[in-house]
Design a protein around this ligand. Sequence first.
Ligand code: C5P
Length: 242
Amino acid sequence: MKLFAKDRLIVALDYKTLDEVKDIVNEIGDAVSTYKVGLELFLNTRGEAVEYLHSIDKKVFLDLKFHDIPNTTTMASLFAHKKEVFMFNIHAGGGPTMMRTVAKMLEENNSDSLVIAVTILTSFSEEEVSNHFKTDLNIAELANHWAMETKEAGLHGVVCSPLEAKKIKELCGENFYTICPGVRPAWAVSNDQKRIMTPKMAISNGADFLVVGRPITKAENPVQAAKLILEEIEEGLEGNKE
Ligand code: C5P
């Protein structure tokens, strides 16, 4: 899939109500084509946020992070596919059988949805991972291992930090997508994000899609903020060609 700068920017709609969503999406207008809908917004609007975005020709990344036995995850994934979302995600921690079963369902249904796996949640510390998973692998090693399992299962990519994107592309190939939050332009505040990269650096480092929320949604001028980020994405893409 040929990805232009605008295809690569996903704006996180971390809101509770449809009215808030309508306000910000109308204000941003044509500058952005893809939005992320998470659990809070999806549940609180009973899924209507997805219908609304589709009704105004926006693409949706449905961020519900399915994690269950293969049959249940696959049924939930079938529903996401039927909603015709551009992208949705499941947890790699659900294991290779679960991921393969989802991939098989996608194939049988000729699905166009991209299915992305979440590896280790960024809220985990090294110590927690070591104690909880009883593993000697550090977070990056475990995330890389699960990214390779995701690829082998036939899914399309992983959510990862832009700091990890290059390594994951090396291990899983150029066509395996990296979807990266933790992106902050030099002019924006970092909020609670810690391991951050600018949009240009993230693209240079192998990020395919950037998930950006507050630097756009809380900006004084969200359209201008989105355009500045798109310019940086362009610069990163130009740099990658050289
Ligand atoms: O406002 P901000 O740009 O920090 O929003 C980033 C979005 O990406 C939020 O919806 C957040 O939940 C999500 N996210 C993240 N870090 C992860 C996974 C998801 O920031 N590791």
